[in-house]
Design a protein around this ligand. Structure first.
Ligand code: VGL
Ligand code: ZN
Length: 198
């Protein structure tokens, strides 16, 4: 069983959104077209409470894209984005969400961010996706979505470490690319055994 895992194709990561990724909307139609080639389609949704600790606005004197040290390690501070229930947190209106058999929400704990669809940024707290995949007999994953160098990369790396066969379709992803983060993410994924295609 091979599932398509569509990472965070939400309004805030598309042009006009709070944390817009260049060309984020260009991948929506080809992702929809790819869905029918897979045994299952799973979506993830970045889903933060107002005042989330990953928001620069939650830290005095901090501006977006600076970093801070959290208990679990270095955290990039972001503009407020994907606030629970907001339009920015909604999926891109053209994304074919009807095909999704489940939606995994992540980043809802106020004190910890979650880039990966499997583990929060402490790399311990689980989202439940691994159990969902294993109990459904899904062994292989193709990842697409936003952003290549954060949520896609962290999800792909964790999936490979957990033993899934993992492909990232970079033509169906777009990156934030902060201080070389895209190159670092591609290296990291390759080291974890992720197949990069596209
Ligand atoms: C993401 C930064 C903050 C992503 C989510 O989806 O890549 N990036 N929250
Ligand atoms: Zn986020």
């Amino acid at each position: 069983m091979h599932a398509l895992l569509v990472i965070d194709v939400q309004n805030d990561f598309c042009p006009g959104g709070a944390l817009a990724v260049d060309g984020g909307d260009e991948i929506v139609a080809p992702i929809n077209a790819a869905m029918s080639s897979f045994d299952a389609v799973i979506l993830t949704q970045d889903w933060h409470p107002a005042g989330h600790s990953s928001f620069a606005s939650s830290h005095d004197g901090k501006t977006p894209f600076e970093t801070i040290e959290m208990e679990y390690g270095t955290q990039v501070l972001w503009p407020d984005h994907c606030v629970i229930g907001s339009q920015g947190a909604a999926f891109h209106p053209e994304l074919d969400t009807d095909r999704a058999e489940t939606v995994i929400r992540k980043g809802f704990r106020p004190g910890i961010d979650s880039y990966s669809a499997f583990f929060e940024n402490d790399q311990e707290t689980v989202t439940g996706l691994e159990g969902y995949l294993r109990t459904r007999g899904i062994t292989d994953l193709t990842l697409v979505g936003l952003a290549t160098d954060f949520c896609v990369a962290w999800s792909a790396r964790d999936a490979a470490r957990l033993g899934f066969g993992v492909t990232v379709r970079t033509d169906l992803c777009r990156a934030i690319d902060l201080d070389g983060s895209l190159t670092a993410a591609l290296d990291d994924m390759a080291h974890a055994g992720v197949r990069i295609s596209g």
